[in-house]
Write a protein that binds this ligand. Structure first.
Ligand SMILES: *Cc1c(COP(=O)(O)O)cnc(C)c1O
Length: 426
């Protein structure tokens, strides 16, 4: 046995058990998802798609992948799904590769306002290969002004418009985005990496009727294994008039499949795809729908508690599982970096995050991002969430007092004992 690695795995389990996990992009999968990922399916090469593989011996993994596709389509009411992307960034890269040419203009949500690197940031390949433009939020409201998105789209005439973000606490007007995309002749992509689980359970607007293509991760609010997916509400003929040798129009489903493989990736991770299938089944259950509702109520309770303590939430609150807090309103000297570091000493994990129109650089930041998806899986309710916010405020007020931070850490560890995580792994 590899003692060194097994001890580290145990140490990570203990860290997850005793801490309060508020990183908005994290969650705790079921033990069944974890065990499925750790299966012999990892041994199988299966380049291609079910029924059309480049390797023999795929008769079992074909069924696994088809089940994952069918369950995902039924969960979101999609006509097409690709479950092979290794991650959310890979899913976006595959879609860009499939529908864009190098140098094409794209229009996405500004990283500095809560967007994602893979939507055209200059440090990401997407910002190097494509001509990236951005829309953002208004400084006073913290909300996207759709008229300004339309104006920007008319200016830059993008081939692809992307809606979706990593730190935006309000819902998206996909219908209006589609009107804008149609006006300028762009395809519309919704990247629902963060709210996917809340969309699947119908608490948030449904992008499928309006967006040509949908990408997501599977490990955030969807609570599956780490991975990515691509979907379409309805398949449609490619808009560039490409045809098969027989002269039939090539459908977008095959354009997107080719973007993932062979365009972007090699062999699919069938062990992860099997775990995705497990998670999609779980996400269709009444208990998951109940969970998603609790996530939203917990996030709301936290936003209210922060506001009562004098913190400023960008956009004034949250409609989903997360919130972005501008620390400057509470204390202009506070940085996200020092708050993140102080909270770690109390075993509370958040991440520093730029706020829109931030005066500090990305490694300092004036904000923090807080999410309720993971603690809701642990079993915390709205009252517990208010207690968590109180501890966060205690930490921030005593950030330089290590003995008080140690006291809070003890309370946190004691508290989390009452929310068992993977007790079967004892
Ligand atoms: C998290 C996220 C991704 C990337 O997911 P990875 O699995 O880390 O590659 C893509 N888009 C958005 C909006 C995200 O929040």
């Amino acid at each position: 046995m590899d003692i060194e690695i097994q001890q580290l795995v145990q140490a990570e389990l203990q860290r997850q058990r005793k801490g309060i996990e508020l990183i908005a992009s994290e969650n705790f999968t079921s033990l069944e998802v974890i065990r499925t990922m750790g299966s012999c399916l990892t041994n199988k090469y299966a380049e291609g798609y079910p029924g059309r593989r480049y390797y023999g011996g795929c008769e079992v993994v074909d069924q696994v992948e088809q089940l994952a596709i069918d369950r995902l389509c039924s969960l979101f009411g999609a006509e097409y799904a690709n479950v092979q992307p290794h991650s959310g960034a890979q899913a976006n890269a595959a879609v860009f590769l499939a529908v864009l040419n190098p140098g094409d203009a794209i229009l996405g949500f500004d990283l500095a306002h809560g967007g994602h690197l893979s939507h055209g940031s200059p440090v990401n390949y997407s910002g190097k290969v494509y001509q990236a433009h951005f829309y953002g939020v208004e400084e006073d409201s913290g909300v996207i002004d759709m008229d300004k998105v339309a104006e920007k789209a008319r200016q830059v005439m993008p081939k692809l418009i992307i809606c979706g973000a990593s730190a935006y606490s309000r819902d998206w007007d996909y219908k209006r985005f589609r009107e804008i995309a149609d006006e300028v002749g762009a395809l519309l992509l919704a990247d629902i990496a963060h709210p996917a689980g809340l969309i699947a359970s119908r608490y948030l607007n449904d992008p499928l009727p309006y967006c040509h293509i949908i990408t997501s991760t599977t490990h955030k609010t969807l609570r599956g294994p780490r991975g990515g997916i691509v979907m379409m509400g309805k398949d449609f003929p490619n808009p560039w008039g490409r045809t098969t040798k027989k002269g039939d129009p090539i459908m977008m489903s095959s354009v997107l499949n080719s973007g993932v493989f062979p365009g972007m990736q090699g062999g699919p991770l069938e062990h992860v795809i099997a775990a995705k299938a497990v998670a999609f089944r779980e996400a269709a259950s009444p208990s998951f729908i109940d969970y998603a509702g609790k996530v939203i109520r917990n996030a709301h309770a936290m936003a209210e508690a922060f506001t009562d303590l004098g913190y400023k939430i960008i956009s004034g609150g949250t409609s989903n599982h997360l919130m972005l807090i501008d620390l400057r309103a509470k204390n202009p000297d506070l940085t996200g970096k020092e708050v993140e570091n102080a909270l770690i000493k109390a075993n509370i994990t958040i991440n520093k995050n730029m706020v829109p129109f931030d005066s500090r650089p990305a490694l300092q930041t004036s904000g923090i991002r807080v999410g309720a998806a993971a603690i809701t899986t642990r079993g915390l309710n709205e009252n517990d969430c208010r207690q968590v916010v109180q501890w966060i405020d205690d930490v921030i007020r005593n950030k330089d007092n290590d003995s008080i931070l140690a006291e809070i850490k003890n309370k946190v560890n004691q508290f989390m004992l009452s929310f068992p995580l993977y007790p079967e792994l004892e």
